[in-house]
Ligand binder design. Sequence first.
Ligand SMILES: [Zn+2]
Length: 462
Amino acid sequence: MALIVKNGTVVTPDGVATTDILCENGKIAALGEIDQDRSDTVLDATGKFVLPGGIETHTHFDLEVMGMRTADDFLSGSKAALHGGTTTFLDFATQFRGETMKEGLANWHQRAKDGVYTDYGFHMALTEWNEALSDEMSAMIEAGITSFKLYQAYKGSLMVDDGEMLRALQRAAELGVTIGVHCENGDVIDVLVEQARQRGDVTPEFHERCRPPQLEAEAVNRFITLAELAGARHYVVHLSTGTGLDQVRWMRQHGARTVIETCPQYLFLDKACYERGDFYTKAGCVMSPPLRVAKDRQALWQGLADGTIDFVGTDHCSFKLYGQKDHGKDGFWNIPNGAPGVELRMNLLYSGGVASGLFSLNRLAELTSGNAARYFGLYPDKGAIEVDADADFCLIDPHAHWTVTHDMLHDRADYTPYEGQKMQGRISDVILGGQILIRDGEMIDDVPRGRYVKRGLPEYLD
Ligand SMILES: [Zn+2]
């Protein structure tokens, strides 16, 4: 089965060029002028931008938080991702306390049993550190998992202390894997939440006030300090503040090779979301780290444009407003943390980054697929439009103007925090392994044919 993508404006590692793409056996077979006779299936991409299929670095599908399961599982989450131009996502398999990594991994593979619409891989989140886990880390590399995650927040469930973090980083350095960390000071947050409870400050806006930006900046500095001491590859997960970004810049000036992920919510939304509307409007934006101020948004956009930030994942972790988020009506600490976003990632970044003139199409491709592919060991199969790579593409119609409403999305949440967002440019067609799955915004092939991808060791991005 061959496919020709004809006449698109194609984003390759060398630049942007109008060219055809021949796909055979799921791979890119040739670029350049392709004779139409070489395939029965031709997708006319005239006037459209053709990017590598998106690589989403941060999802939580089918995760249980505070006794509640996320609205999206692998099937609905990947369907939403695919509609938004993402063809590969990395979800956080989790080793809960007392479990082995192997058990955690088996639990996550089980979640994909009903099929997945995109390709996918796993990071492994660790909630403690001990000798047995240290021994197991090398088996994870064989299973295709080369990135791990630790939390400096969520004391009592997910958080590790500095000693555990250092030991994990030392082991990661031995093996050449990377560790991403959720950077917020969990000890301090616990104290602030307890004090808010005692004062009777129970409404959702106090979620943000108990997680001030300094607690991210401090945790970023502490994490990078330990990672550099251990000599480990490391990245900051979902960076949300300008002060956190300043910490990374400063540490880099002193030799650190820190990699940074941020998320669309920290670029498009801010804490005004906690200050207007009813409980549901506010609770829909309760996530950790919380939304910040306009100045932070501007700093992060600047970081995307100037190369400081490396890739964008969504932290898609969807709960319904009715029946889940409202569990915290009497106390913000009972609101399950997280929001949906996987479907809008590439559209938001095209609209806010490229259509607005802030950065180029090539930079968009780096931020949404290229850098993640290299850093998470998916390159050269994924992350670039070049011969022998997987034939995964996302086509953008640059002329579309539209407004986001939740009813046009494909996740199973009952809202989007981006409701009413005005957009320019739209993902029109999505191709996975040489198969057109989305055409003009409509799914034309409803078979979940995504595969689990084993990943190689991370590459440095500098
Ligand atoms: Zn997350």
